[in-house]
Write a protein that binds this ligand. Structure first.
Ligand code: FES
Length: 161
């Protein structure tokens, strides 16, 4: 079975579980995002087809909500808060340090698919500024000097090749 077939089967299962009524379309997209860490184009087409929703409407939902992504994410999604409190406490220097260490810009992923780097709005923890997230884990009061340690922790968490 190819990867496309596997995805087709899995997306069908998600739609079966959530219900194919169009009122459940947001829930279906959330489940697909959770499964693949982004919303693959073929999955969106399948949702539109099976749930009888115009593809443009599916894309509207997929681009309206910030937690959806239309491009693949790395194993580690690094999100550096650039809200006001974090900005004044040095967030730009932290973001620059990640960009330098990884050789990518915010909004990009490393070629090996290990890291995605994002600059985000306020994460709602301003008292702990500057703060960043590694996937769902918060790293409060971080400095640019901590960046190599954060990346080393990620490397250690990777399964042995
Ligand atoms: S500005 Fe960064 S958590 Fe609020």
């Amino acid at each position: 079975m190819t990867a496309v077939d596997t995805m087709h089967t899995r997306v069908n299962e998600i739609i079966d579980t959530c219900g194919e009524n169009r009122a459940n379309s947001l829930l279906v997209l959330q489940e697909i995002q959770h499964e693949y860490n982004y919303l693959p184009r073929t999955a969106l087409e399948q949702v539109a087809d099976r749930m009888e929703i115009p593809l443009s409407e599916v894309y509207h939902l997929a681009t309206f909500y910030r937690h959806f992504s239309l491009s693949p994410k790395g194993d580690f999604c690094l999100r550096v808060c650039m809200g006001t409190a974090c900005h004044v406490h040095g967030a730009p220097r932290i973001l620059e340090a990640f960009e330098r260490e990884l050789g990518i810009k915010a909004g990009e992923s490393t070629a090996d698919g290990t890291y995605s780097l994002e600059a985000t709005g306020c994460l709602g923890a301003c008292a702990q500024a500057p703060i960043m997230m590694v996937n769902e884990e918060a790293h409060p009061q971080i400095t640019a000097a901590d960046v190599p340690d954060v990346l080393e922790q990620c490397q250690c968490a990777l399964p042995e090749q």
